[in-house]
Write a protein that binds this ligand. Structure first.
Ligand code: FAD
Length: 501
């Protein structure tokens, strides 16, 4: 599959001509006695496949222009009654809505999203990695949907000509003790059906990524990168193009009532406004609220105290443009974090908004607001919910070093970079600049156990509603397969006819 180059070739040539001068400033790398470790690739990943930068710009423009412009065949303004309402316009909600529309040609669907665009939260602020599936317990829903979803994601991007690249990934062990984890992940990945895994020794690691120092590494050729925001916009376009669906933006669902006729009245408001009151009616409701999943579940009559969400900010730095090609593929450390996804990795990006970069991150710092993209973002209700969550405290106390370490890393660049320097020793603080941050929800269960699989809450509100309570990473990779899984469950719970996928 093709992806657009970050620079036109003339600009690129100019950049590479400047590289020695720029690197010359790093005397440690270019001291007279030592052979320089640093190696900047003379071509970028995927460069051999030519596609002009304008291709991406045109495609983006087309998607933005066409987005939501096409008239639905049904006049929803008059009716506002749907077979299904999906709450949440992140990738999980959109993939679910698309799957229902594709599988049931007579159903009408509305997606309600509180923001003014789709994919505004987790889906639009993440690493953009298509995970291959080594991390997950064999037999888990996560393992199955990740491996299947990754393939579906590559196919979807190919069909819609979206930028995507199978750039590969190495999970690196920096010492002999960590090598055991490499072996474990290798066997786990094979058990999950991940193709092409290989264990590299130190020499092979240096051959393929000269700037990486490792004792050994697990190499996965099928790990890739994509822009999940762009994928979501494309899903939204497909949904609208069915002519049987509506995407209602700036609609924050605040109340769900089961009516006498068995349908559900969903009432809402435009966020931060008092009115007018918005309403829409549906036979069935599916909520996919990301880090508001527990609150939405509570509104629909689900159990708000079980599977409560605590949020963590994942901050990223990025390599300055002249160092952007320091590594070519995803470089990940051995996973740590007592069950929560912690570990500073390096990832090339293909983001239509933020561009081509090499990002370093994310951290996992406790937030004082569910939408805590900055350290000082604060919302009393969110803090109260986290501080009264006994399962979270049980986890935090068991992992004190991790909790304070991540908090410190979030405000101290030197500490943040130390994690990446363990395997990229030539990375210096002046090579990086601030990038974006994302907020990830984590559900803690009794005894401080971090939930490690997707959670569905079924047959809520008199059997009309299904709540997706936990959809953390790799839910973007897996989204299309999750859409299938949620639709299967909805069909079973709501008595829809069984239709083969
Ligand atoms: C830092 C970070 C890095 C990650 N990296 C990766 C990665 O590389 N690969 C990968 O596969 N996954 C990754 N993930 C995980 C992935 O981003 C999420 O699992 C996925 O985006 C979840 O999608 P979602 O639709 O459930 O949630 P979201 O994208 O958060 O969408 C939920 C939507 O619901 C809306 N909503 C909530 N309440 C209401 C309401 N009352 N009314 C109307 N709308 C409402 C919100 O506005 C939001 O748009 C990462 C996550 C983070 C945070």
């Amino acid at each position: 599959m093709q992806y657009a180059l970050p620079l036109r070739s003339s600009a690129r040539t100019a950049l590479y001509r400047r590289v020695p001068t720029l690197l010359g400033q790093h005397t440690r790398l270019f001291s007279a006695s030592a052979t320089p470790h640093i190696h900047l690739w003379d071509h970028l990943p995927g460069e051999e496949i030519k596609e002009p930068r304008e291709g991406l710009a045109k495609l983006k423009g087309k998607i933005r222009e066409e987005r939501f412009r096409r008239k639905p065949q049904i006049n929803f303004a008059e009716h506002d009654r749907f077979d299904v309402v999906v709450v949440g316009g992140g990738i999980v909600g959109l993939a679910t809505a698309r799957e229902i529309l594709n599988r049931y040609p007579d159903k009408t669907v509305a997606v309600l999203e509180k923001e003014r665009e789709v994919a505004r939260h987790q889906t639009g602020h993440n690493s953009g990695v298509i995970h291959a599936g080594m991390y997950y317990e064999p037999g888990s829903t996560m393992a199955y949907t990740c491996v299947k979803g990754a393939q579906m994601m590559y196919d979807f991007c190919e069909k819609h000509q979206l930028p995507v690249e199978r750039c590969g990934k190495m999970i690196v062990a920096v010492n002999e003790a960590e090598h055991k984890e490499v072996e474990k992940l290798y066997h786990q990945g094979n058990a999950n059906g991940v193709k092409g895994l290989e264990i590299y020794d130190s020499k092979k690691v240096s051959e393929v990524e000269p700037n990486v120092r490792a004792y050994s590494a697990l190499y996965s050729p099928n790990t890739g990168i994509v822009d999940y925001g762009l994928v979501s916009e494309t899903l939204a376009r497909e949904i609208i193009d069915t002519g049987r669906a509506d995407i209602k933006l700036a609609f924050e669902a605040t109340r769900f009532d089961k009516l006498q006729d068995g349908s559900v009245e969903i009432t809402g408001i435009e966020p931060a406004q008092k009115g007018p009151i918005l309403s829409v009616n549906a036979k069935n409701v599916i909520t996919c609220g990301g880090f508001y999943a527990d609150r939405l579940a509570g509104l629909t009559g689900g159990n708000p105290h079980k599977d409560q969400v605590v949020t963590f900010r994942g901050t990223y730095y990025q390599l300055k443009p002249e160092y952007r090609t320091m590594v070519r593929m995803n470089i990940y450390p051995i996973p740590s974090g007592g069950g929560i996804p912690v570990g500073t990795h390096i990832t090339p990006t293909l983001n239509s908004r933020r561009g081509h970069a090499l990002i370093v991150g994310p951290g996992a710092c406790f937030t004082f607001s569910r939408e805590g993209y900055q350290f000082f973002d604060f919302k009393a209700k969110d803090v109260w919910d986290s501080f009264t969550n006994t399962s979270f405290w049980a986890f935090a106390l068991k992992n004190l070093g991790l909790s304070f370490g991540e908090l410190y890393k979030d405000i101290n660049k030197r500490a943040f970079m130390r994690a990446a320097q363990a395997y990229l020793p030539d990375l210096t603080l002046d090579m990086v600049e601030h990038s974006f941050s994302g907020v990830m929800p984590q559900v803690f269960q009794k005894g401080g156990i971090a939930a490690s699989d997707y959670i569905l809450e079924r047959k809520v509100l008199g059997g009309t509603t299904l709540n997706v309570r936990n959809a953390p990473s790799p839910a973007c990779t897996a989204s299309l397969a999750i859409g299938e899984m949620v639709t299967d469950t909805a069909a079973e719970d709501f008595g829809w006819p069984k239709i083969k996928r």
